[in-house]
Design a protein around this ligand. Structure first.
Ligand code: SF4
Length: 331
């Protein structure tokens, strides 16, 4: 338990996939920003997680940089939260090894994401992919974080983290809290193809830095209610991804206008998408402008990450010292 005068510690990480898209923003990052007022927030760009999948090494530094730019542009204030690159804090990997000795092989084999990713990259089922949840547990426990904002697809990993913390505490003494999830109140944003989740690798995203004309172009081909084939057909907004985005981004009166017009076939999808494009561009305008400004100041962005890493390192080193003593390595 944190003392009454200390804010509860939150940790979360995001892979360096490059620029953020609107699904990341609505599903996670907006929540991260909101937590800064009430929590001691530690946020990492988790590049060691990213190398468990096929990637181009020359592109990785740019992907990390772009992710940091977009996180700052979204409102992660480095004066009030710690933002850093995971690989700059070596204690994450040191604790991973120690925790892996408290993790059972069978537990990792049951992880749904391991099975899914193994199927997707059958020629590269590396050990890092298998032990990914242990690195995630170390990311969290090295700051003794009590809370983790996660999507529902990460709940199984977080439950494993809690189990590993329990096991460590039982064997070596009460050192780690069992972290609790903070689930986003926004359901997952589907891709513009209406089926899969929004993902850059699938190519069905609107990126936060997309200019208004690009947003309009992408939305123009977005999948809508599949049963509304002609303008004269009434539609069902509740099964339409365009409407789901309206609900998250447009004012209530616009959502009411869409619902009424769609169900009575008085507006067409083209009109509806145009309205969404305008509202989305308006919401993203300050983020886009901030990101373009930050991208033009790379030294500042790198300095933020270095300062964040130094701060994180101090905290992580204090935990690892306690862990080493507890397991009999030191003293
Ligand atoms: Fe979807 Fe809008 Fe078309 Fe209705 S009018 S089906 S909500 S895009």
């Amino acid at each position: 338990m944190a003392p009454a005068d200390q804010k509860p510690v939150v940790f979360s990480g995001i892979q360096p996939s490059g620029e953020l898209h609107i699904g990341n923003y609505l599903g996670a990052i907006r929540n991260w920003v909101g937590l800064i007022d009430t929590h001691d927030c530690i946020y990492a760009v988790v590049d060691y997680h990213a190398i468990t999948q096929d990637y181009e090494p020359r592109e990785l530094p740019t992907r990390v940089f772009d992710m940091a730019v977009d996180l700052l542009a979204c409102g992660i204030d480095p004066a009030r939260a710690t933002l850093f690159r995971q690989s700059d804090v070596a204690q994450h990997t040191e604790l991973t090894w120690i925790l892996s000795c408290c993790t059972q092989f069978g537990e990792l084999g049951r992880m749904t994401q391991f099975k899914d990713k193994s199927a997707r990259q059958a020629d590269n089922i590396n050990i890092g992919l298998f032990t990914y949840p242990v690195l995630m547990a170390a990311d969290i426990l090295v700051y003794r974080a009590g809370y983790v904002p996660v999507g529902d697809d990460q709940l199984q990993h977080l439950e494993l983290c809690r189990e590993v913390a329990r096991r460590f505490n039982h064997r070596f003494g009460d050192l780690f809290p069992e972290p609790n999830p903070i689930l986003s109140s926004t359901p997952r944003v589907r891709g513009l193809d209406g089926q899969a989740k929004m993902s850059k690798s699938i190519g069905n995203t609107v990126n936060l830095r997309d200019p208004p004309e690009e947003i309009a172009k992408k939305l123009a081909v977005a999948v809508t209610d599949p049963n509304r084939r002609r303008r004269a057909d009434p539609g069902n907004p509740d099964v339409c991804n365009v409407f789901a985005l309206h609900e998250r981004l447009s004012p209530p009166q616009v959502c009411a206008w869409v619902r009424e017009g769609c169900t009575h076939a008085t507006i067409g999808c083209v009109e509806c998408k145009r309205a969404l494009a305008g509202n989305m561009a308006e919401v993203l305008k300050p983020i886009r402008e901030a990101a373009l400004d930050l991208a033009a100041r790379p030294d500042y962005v790198r300095d933020v990450l270095a300062t964040g890493a130094a701060r994180a390192r101090g905290r992580a080193a204090a935990t690892v010292l306690l862990v080493r003593r507890a397991i009999g390595i030191d003293g």
